[in-house]
Design a protein around this ligand. Structure first.
Ligand SMILES: [Zn+2]
Length: 81
């Protein structure tokens, strides 16, 4: 029942939005514990979002989200195996 890297990437948007189902969220975090490349990607997303949001909790604009997602995908493809 392990989550694969591409599944994690697909769930990333929901994770960022906080709409990931609790069960999926657990798998997500279990995967991060064992998968260094994914952890780096998720850390980067968190930092980017914190930078963007600052102290105001608000929705990320869709264009930022898709930009983030495609740059992550590119980075993720270049990850060391
Ligand atoms: Zn992974």
């Amino acid at each position: 029942m392990d989550m694969k890297c591409d599944e994690l990437l697909k769930a990333l948007n929901e994770y960022v939005d906080g709409t990931l189902e609790p069960g999926v969220c657990e798998m997500f975090q279990a995967h991060l514990k064992d998968c260094n490349p994914c952890r780096i990607v998720v850390d980067n997303v968190r930092k980017t979002i914190q930078l963007y949001k600052g102290d105001t909790p608000c929705e990320l604009p869709p264009e930022l989200k898709s930009r983030l997602h495609s740059s992550l995908k590119a980075r993720w493809k270049q990850r060391p195996v």
